[in-house]
Design a protein around this ligand. Sequence first.
Ligand code: SF4
Length: 139
Amino acid sequence: MSITRQSRLKSPWLFHLNTGSCNGCDIEIVAALTPMYDLEQLGCVLVGSPRHADVLLVTGPMTRQMVRRAITIYEQIPQPKAVVAIGACALSTGPFFGSDMVEGPVDRLLPVDAYVPGCPPKPEAIIDGVLKALKKKYG
Ligand code: SF4
């Protein structure tokens, strides 16, 4: 395994993108980063720029106004990169299914590596989803 792949596996930096979620999933991502669940013990850090990220965490059903922004953000993340879709909205548009304002689910627009079901998913499930995406991409 190259040093780059190994470092990304051991200390992946995360960028969180809300594509129209109700904030339920977003709060669970924050909870996963708190000392109680301690996503940071895996070397994960939430970063403020996609250019510094290895993993994109996506919540929400992908509203029409977020499509171009989401694609731009995805393209700004350097290769190799992984995408984790978090919550029923990201996986299937959830309660927004059939809405004219929704272009999701997320995997219609971005290549998703791991899916985390739930409305909202528990922090433990989010951590598991990040690990699955890392294993698939860099493992
Ligand atoms: S999956 Fe549930 S909690 Fe998450 S954004 Fe959708 S409605 Fe909100």
